[in-house]
Design a protein around this ligand. Sequence first.
Ligand SMILES: Nc1[nH]c(=O)nc2c1ncn2[C@H]1C[C@H](O)[C@@H](COP(=O)(O)OP(=O)(O)OP(=O)(O)O)O1
Length: 158
Amino acid sequence: MTVCSDVLLFDRPNGRLGMGRKKRGAEVGKIQGYGGKLAPGETLAQCALRELLEEAGVRAKEQNLWYVAHLTFEFPHKPEWSQVVHVFRLEHWEGEPQESEEMAPVWCDLLALPYDEMWDDARYWMPRVLEGRKVRMRFVYGEDNQTVAQAEHEEWPS
Ligand SMILES: Nc1[nH]c(=O)nc2c1ncn2[C@H]1C[C@H](O)[C@@H](COP(=O)(O)OP(=O)(O)OP(=O)(O)O)O1
């Protein structure tokens, strides 16, 4: 299955979360973290920082990335969309997110995230991540490829 890294810019002092609105691809119009597919030979953290730079022009250090979620998305009716996404929270970075070919930056109020404009799974896992919990979940999307049909917590391997 495709593997992706994903970064959430956690601007705690200002009570906001930095994400981007997708300008192209399957998720056009959706608000989501900055991220993309793992390139050969890359670690998840390297991928996260590369995608953040490519999509938002923001630089950050690996030591400031916090691993917060392991998410498996299954699309039985569109298998090519199925993927595993590793989510990192970032609290320190350099620069202000800039619009790129792929994303337009969006700052969201941490207390009122725009779940209606995000992937349907976000409402299940993001509140937990924002509470500081580490999450491992699996989602199965329904026939419309837009609505979560099944959501479950998974065990971390011991
Ligand atoms: N269901 C979902 N919920 C969510 O919150 N984020 C998701 C998601 N599905 C994908 N993402 C995020 C993870 C990652 O940041 C990004 C991956 O999207 P894509 O597969 O479109 O990758 P890209 O086309 O950006 O990859 P590259 O071509 O490598 O840049 O979308």
